[in-house]
Design a protein around this ligand. Structure first.
Ligand code: DNO
Length: 375
C-alpha cells in the first residue's frame, strides 16, 4: 500500500491549514519545502527541523521534500557549479538528519512547469490550468513571465524562482548552444556528485518528469519518455537515483504508456514517489487539467492504480493538482477540496483493485493508525 501524502507549501505560503489536511481520510504525511530559500543556497537545519515540528504537531509525518531545486549553473555545467553542488550536498545532509527519506528535484532548464492559462473555466464553473502550444508560439518568454506574474495573483507558482527568471534574457543566451546530449551529461555529472552521498544518508532522489513533456521556447527537455528515463536510471545505477512518476506530466503524450512505465521502473526499485492526476488532451500539444476520475479526462486511472498494486508499490503517493471548486481561492492546482476528492477516489480505486485481486496490503486498523497519527 502506498503512503498518501499531501503537498503543503509552508506557513505563510499556503492558505490550506494543516488541521484540514489532517481530516482527509488516508493522509499520512506532508510534502513540503523551504520555498523562500533561493535556489542554490543551503537549507538551514533549524528551519527544516522547525517545519518538521509544525507538521508533526498536526499528527502528520514529514518524509518527502519537493523540491530541492537545482541551480541553473549546474544544469548549464558552468565552472561555478561546484559551489552549488556542495550546497546541495549540505542540504541533503540536513534533510537526512531531519528524517527525510525522499527528495524530489527536476532538471528542466529555466522553467519548472509551464501553463498558458491558470484559470480556465470549465463548463461546470470550476477553474483549472491549461496549456496550448499555439499561445506560446506568439509570446516571448519575457511576456509569458509578465503574464504569469499578473495572473498568478499573490501566489508564486511552486518551483518558479522569480529571482532567476529576472535574468531570463541572460540565461536564454547561455542555453542557446545547449542540446539534449549536453544537458543529459550535466545531469549525470550532478547525479554522480550527489548519489553516493544519498546512499550513505538513506535518501532516495526522485526526478520529476518535464512538464509539459516536450520542448518549450526551444529549450531542451530530457525527462519526457520511458526511453529517456531508462537511460537516466541506467547511467547512474543506484537505488538512490529514482523517479517521481507524474501521470499528469508524462500523460500529456499519448504514446507514454504509464502503467507500463510503473511496472518497469517499479520492478527496478526506482519508483520512489507517484503524483496522480488526470488531464484532457485537446489537440496537438494542448491539454487542460481535470478532476481525478478516469471519466473526466484522457488517462485510465484504474489501469494506473492497477499497475501500482501489481508491483506492490509501497512508496509515497500524492494526489496532484486539483481544480478550484466550491469558491475556493488559492494556489493554482493546490486547493484543498478537489485534491481531497482525488484522494477519496484514488483510495477507492486502490481498495477495489486489491479486493478484486484478493489482496489486502494494509488492514483497516493499520490504516487508521497510520493516517490518524493516534494509536
Ligand atoms: C507541479 C509540480 C512541480 C514539481 C517539480 C519537481 O505542480 O509537480 O512543480 O514539484 O517540478 O521538482
Amino acid at each position: 500500500m502506498w503512503k498518501v501524502v499531501f503537498r503543503w507549501f509552508g506557513e505563510g505560503h499556503d492558505p490550506v491549514p494543516l488541521e484540514y489536511i489532517r481530516q482527509i481520510p488516508g493522509v499520512e504525511g506532508i510534502v513540503s519545502m523551504l520555498i523562500d530559500v533561493p535556489t542554490g543556497e543551503v537549507w538551514p537545519k533549524e528551519r527544516i527541523l522547525a517545519l518538521k515540528k509544525t507538521i508533526e504537531r498536526h499528527g502528520l509525518t514529514f518524509e518527502v521534500v519537493e523540491s530541492v531545486n537545482v541551480h541553473e549553473d549546474i544544469k548549464l555545467g558552468l565552472p561555478s557549479k561546484d559551489r552549488y553542488i556542495e550546497n546541495y550536498r549540505t542540504t541533503l545532509q540536513h534533510l537526512a538528519e531531519a528524517g527525510v527519506r525522499v527528495v524530489v528535484y527536476n532538471f528542466m532548464p529555466m522553467f519548472d512547469w509551464v501553463r498558458t492559462d491558470l484559470w480556465k473555466v470549465l463548463p461546470d464553473g470550476s477553474k483549472t490550468m491549461a496549456y496550448d502550444h499555439r499561445v506560446l508560439a506568439g509570446l516571448s518568454p519575457r511576456e509569458i513571465i509578465d503574464r504569469m506574474k499578473r495572473d498568478g495573483r499573490s501566489f508564486a507558482l511552486p518551483g518558479w524562482e522569480w529571482e532567476r527568471l529576472e535574468e531570463i534574457e541572460r540565461l536564454f543566451a547561455l542555453y542557446e548552444s545547449m542540446d539534449e546530449e549536453r544537458l543529459f551529461a550535466n545531469l549525470v555529472d550532478f547525479l554522480k556528485a550527489v548519489v553516493p552521498l544519498c546512499e550513505e544518508l538513506g535518501i532516495l532522489l526522485a526526478i520529476h518528469p518535464d512538464d509539459p513533456p516536450f520542448s518549450v521556447f526551444g529549450l531542451p527537455r530530457i525527462v519526457t519518455s520511458k526511453k529517456q528515463i531508462l537511460r537516466l536510471l541506467e547511467a547512474v545505477d543506484s537505488l538512490a537515483n529514482g523517479l517521481a512518476l507524474c501521470t499528469g506530466s508524462l500523460g500529456v503524450l499519448e504514446n507514454n504508456d504509464i502503467p507500463d512505465m510503473i511496472r518497469t521502473f517499479g520492478r527496478m526499485g526506482r519508483l520512489h514517489f507517484v503524483h496522480l492526476r488526470n488531464l484532457k488532451r485537446t489537440g496537438d500539444r494542448s491539454f487542460h487539467e481535470v478532476a481525478h476520475p478516469s471519466f473526466c479526462g484522457s488517462l485510465d486511472m484504474f489501469a494506473i492504480v492497477e499497475a501500482l498494486v501489481e508491483i506492490g508499490y509501497s512508496g509515497y503517493m500524492r494526489p496532484d493538482h486539483g481544480r478550484m471548486i466550491w469558491g475556493e481561492e488559492g494556489r493554482p492546482g493546490y486547493g484543498l477540496y478537489d485534491r481531497a476528492l482525488g484522494i477519496a477516489y484514488l483510495l477507492g480505486l486502490w481498495e477495489g483493485v486489491e479486493r478484486m485481486r484478493g489482496e489486502v496490503s494494509r488492514s483497516r486498523e493499520e490504516f487508521m493508525v497510520a493516517s490518524s497519527g493516534n494509536p
